[in-house]
Design a protein around this ligand. Structure first.
Ligand code: BES
Ligand code: ZN
Length: 863
């Protein structure tokens, strides 16, 4: 028997991994989805290579019925008996005679369901403007759900060609990975669409999409590129086509390899579990990540679409053409796609300074990686659940950040050459992390492997302490692992840290570079200096702690620092506060120096700190806290005003919205709240009268102080929105009101069918982190747990549960809940959520009194 509680059991017949003595090389796959009946039937002929004689073939199948299995070679026909092993998601075909080594064909007939959990082959629906319901069938196979659509070798290393045929009802469009080869009408009136062979690829990249879709005319991006959507959304496709074409050409050029497919469709699906999925040639998206009105959307929304399209396009090479051997190496896909996404968007819109805002993502990875329950980037995976748990900030953001660190250390062109070599060498194949280091090391002649192993195979990251040397001409540096909660018995760890330092001497600023691989190091600047900035450029995946005299010198020279450097100072200082390395009153005094700050990202870092404090402070201190927020953000907003200035750049426009939002919600500024209502009313009559980057702030502020009438209005706006972004904006605003009775209505919406299951878990998350209703939301989630886990897509549950990290008054209850419910999030996610909660509780216990005192004190004037 397979022991569910012991996923490491490996006796024969208990392994979730497939034997490798039989390998598929080509699938000829025919599927007949019946949308109204929510099921499908299928037939496949798989060309296989048998390496050793066997009377048994093991492959993956889940929620499928296999009607017939036959192995054939020449005139030999062997009928297989089918046995399912549900715990392993496998089917075994047993034959009376052994299949001798060599090539065979395996023919299977099967049936399955179009489920509503947004994985495998699933159904989606939408209502047209006239109110009629329409059905769609679509697929989401990564990581391990191709097995729900057809019996297959559902592991990334079993690459094969796929020839797909879809039989669909008249009037429906069918799309798959490759272009259409032929099409004909069957005697029963249905349409048979035959697609060309795909390149050799992994099962998780196969896709079938069926519905009443409309496609834009193809644009030439080195391959014909289209955006595909449900009818009526043509006007929302231009932006994705632009970044789609730009990024495809950018990547073909960067990688030095042409696009590997024969066409590319970017397809918006009304129900979609994650943001987007890189099926080769048929990338699927949730609508908010693809369709956008570029004349009205905010810059942040436009950037989101650009990011996602660019990310998925990057995968056509990184992931699709060259694929990790197994899920432990998923960072090779996702970290790279994230890195390349930034690179292409940065090249497309340099004035967005995309790498600077990436600092926020780096910070979110460090927030998890500073926990003792973190994991290394590469991490063992056995089961499907383990694989799912790998799609987290450590894989994406930490992975991308350490790549950026390496790229900056090697130089952009050296790095690119290594990447191009790696892709060329492994095209159509599978790789391990070491293959990447080999290529980079070969082309750059630098010790890439030893440098990177310390980042990929070790959990956590270092904090670098810096002090002036006795002669005043250098820095003494030391490294140790950073922890939010003190770990008495932690093993000492070392990283190979490329340390970049900018030193201000009498002659100006000079950069120094040092590869620190020991516990301590000395950097000699050669002459006395006024200040020294460690982690210059902010590309390093580490935190810096300065000795008091160094910090004071920097704090008094903020004007000489670049925005990324101020960002680093601000976020290192905040993180040190949360970790107990610096008292909170000191942080507040430090934050007050930033009221003249003009950089968007620095403000976003500060807003993150305020948001955290908002969930820590007691109700009785809420007014003092708001006043402290106003004292920092207020003057900055006053300087900007509501109206954009001529010649202002896009980031500054966005900053205006951010500052208004902070002041009007966390800061409870009554003047700003009143003005926001007035402007919002004006925008209702004349949308063009309010800046696109101010509008999201108006919605947030108006909702924050809104009553039942406003709630009803927002709900109506959500339902009648003309764009995915409008719909999303008003939906999430319904979780940001402050009156409990209104928030209760939003809670109900997560389950009553008014909100798609693709959004409900995120909405629940938003309710859990709203201080006005967090504990009630927690009770609601616990009460409805079984229903939620049954309905919501598994992929979104970790995000929903992340909301428990702010339930400070219910820590023991939260622990008990996760101890007694088998919450299958996989990996270490639950432990991480619980530890984050413990960090917040410890912070409040440690700093509470100091925080109250600091809030009651009148802020000292800026000096
Ligand atoms: N490969 C992922 C989609 C995915 C995520 C599949 C989790 C299975 C499990 C895709 O390339 C991706 O990373 N999508 C992101 C968006 C991206 C811009 C970071 C997503 O869906 O959030
Ligand atoms: Zn990805």
């Amino acid at each position: 028997m397979y022991d569910q509680d012991n996923p490491t059991a490996v006796e024969v017949g208990t392994d979730p991994r497939l034997p490798t003595i039989v390998k598929p090389t080509r699938y000829d796959l025919r599927l007949e989805p019946n949308l109204p009946a929510a099921n499908f039937s299928g037939e496949e002929t798989i060309a296989i290579e048998v390496e050793r004689a066997t009377d048994q073939i093991v492959l993956h199948a889940l929620e499928l019925e296999i009607l017939e299995a036959e192995a054939a070679r020449g005139a030999t026909r062997l009928q297989g008996k089918v046995e399912f092993v549900p715990a392993l998601e496998q089917a075994r075909l047993r034959f009376d005679h052994a299949l001798e080594p060599g090539g065979w064909t395996l023919r299977l007939r099967f049936k399955g369901i179009l489920n509503d959990k947004l994985h495998g082959f699933y159904r989606s629906q939408y209502r047209d403007p006239a109110g009629a319901e329409h059905l769609i069938a679509s697929t989401q196979f990564e990581a391990t759900d191709a097995r729900r659509a057809f019996p297959c070798w559902d592991e990334p290393a079993f690459k094969a060609r796929f020839k797909v045929t879809l039989v669909v009802a008249p009037g429906l469009t069918a799309i798959s990975n490759a272009g259409v080869e032929s099409e004909r009408k069957l005697p029963d009136g249905r349409q048979e669409v035959v697609f060309r062979d795909s390149i050799p690829m992994s099962t998780y990249l196969v896709a079938f999409i069926v519905g009443e879709f409309v496609a834009t005319a193809p644009v030439d991006a080195g391959t014909p590129l289209r955006v595909v959507h449900v009818p009526g959304k043509q006007a929302l496709t231009g932006w994705a086509l632009q970044i789609g074409a730009f990024s495809l050409k950018f990547f073909a050029n960067y990688y030095g390899l042409p696009y590997p497919g024969d066409k590319l469709d970017l397809i918006a699906i009304p129900d979609f579990a994650s943001g987007a999925m890189e099926n080769l040639g048929a990338i699927t998206f949730r609508e908010t990540a693809l369709l956008i009105d570029d004349r009205q959307a905010s810059r942040a929304e436009l950037e989101r679409v650009a990011d996602v399209v660019s990310h998925e396009n990057a995968h056509m090479w990184f992931g699709d053409l060259v694929t990790m051997q197994w899920w432990n190496g998923i960072w090779l896909n996702e970290a790279f796609a994230t890195f390349m996404e930034m690179l292409a968007v940065d090249a497309w819109k340099p004035h967005w300074r995309r790498w600077e805002s990436f600092a926020l993502s780096r910070g979110s990875a460090m927030a998890i990686d500073g926990l003792s329950s973190t994991r290394s980037i590469e991490y063992p995976v056995r089961t499907a659940e383990d694989a799912r748990a790998m799609f987290d900030v450590l894989t994406y953001e930490k992975g991308a950040a350490v790549l950026r660190m390496l790229e900056q250390y090697l130089g952009a062109e050296e790095f690119r050459k290594g990447i191009a070599l790696y892709l060329r060498r492994h095209e159509y194949g599978n790789t391990e992390t070491g293959d990447l280091w080999d290529a980079l090391q070969e082309s750059s002649r630098e010790p890439v492997r030893s440098l990177m192993d310390s980042w990929i195979f070790q959990p956590g990251f270092p904090i670098v302490e810096a002090a002036k040397t006795a002669d005043g001409k250098g820095l003494r540096l030391s490294q140790r692992r950073f922890f939010y909660l003190p770990q008495a018995d932690a093993e000492p760890q070392r990283w190979h840290i490329p340390v970049m330092v900018r030193v201000r001497t009498a002659d100006g600023a000079v950069n120094h570079k040092l590869l620190m691989d020991a516990a301590e190091a000395k950097l000699d600047a050669g002459e006395p200096f006024t200040w020294a900035l460690v982690n210059e450029g902010g590309h390093g995946f580490y935190r810096v702690s300065y000795a008091p005299e160094l910090l004071a010198a920097l704090t008094h020279s903020l004007g000489e620092l670049k925005p990324t450097e101020r960002f680093g100072l601000m976020s290192d200082s905040w993180v040190a506060t949360v970790a107990g390395l610096k008292p909170v009153d000191e942080f507040l005094a430090f934050a007050r120096r930033f009221s003249t700050e003009t950089d968007l990202n620095v403000w976003r870092a500060l807003a993150g700190a305020f948001n955290y404090l908002d969930l820590i402070v007691d109700d009785r201190e809420r007014a003092e806290f708001a006043s402290a927020v106003r004292s920092v953000a207020g003057p900055a907003f006053e300087r900007m005003g509501w109206e954009p200035k001529p010649g202002e750049d896009e980031l500054t426009r966005q900053l205006r919205g951010t500052l208004a939002n902070i002041s009007g919600t966390l800061g409870e500024d009554p003047g700003i709240q009143r003005q926001a209502v007035a402007l919002y009313e004006r925008a209702r009559k004349d949308p063009a009268s309010v800046d696109r980057d101010v509008m999201p702030a108006l919605v947030a502020i108006v909702g924050h102080s809104g009553d039942a009438a406003r709630y009803a209005e927002f709900k109506q706006n959500f339902k009648s929105a003309q764009t995915p972004q409008g719909e999303q904006r008003y939906l999430f605003a319904l979780a940001a009101f402050t009156r409990p009775e209104l928030l209760r209505e939003t809670m109900a919406m997560t389950l009553n069918g008014e909100v798609r299951t693709q959004n409900a878990p995120y909405l629940m998350h938003a309710l859990l982190v709203n201080r006005a209703c967090r504990y009630e939301a927690w009770d609601f989630m616990r009460r409805n747990w079984d229903q939620m886990t049954a309905k919501f897509p598994d992929a979104a549950l970790p995000r929903m549960c992340e909301g428990v990290t702010v339930l400070l008054d219910r820590e023991s209850e939260v622990r008990e809940f996760f101890a007694t419910h088998r919450v299958r999030l996989g990996g270490k996610l639950i432990d991480q959520h619980l530890e984050r909660l413990a960090v917040a509780v410890a912070f409040r216990e440690r700093e509470g009194a100091r925080l109250s005192a600091a809030l009651r004190e009148k802020p000292s004037p800026n000096v």
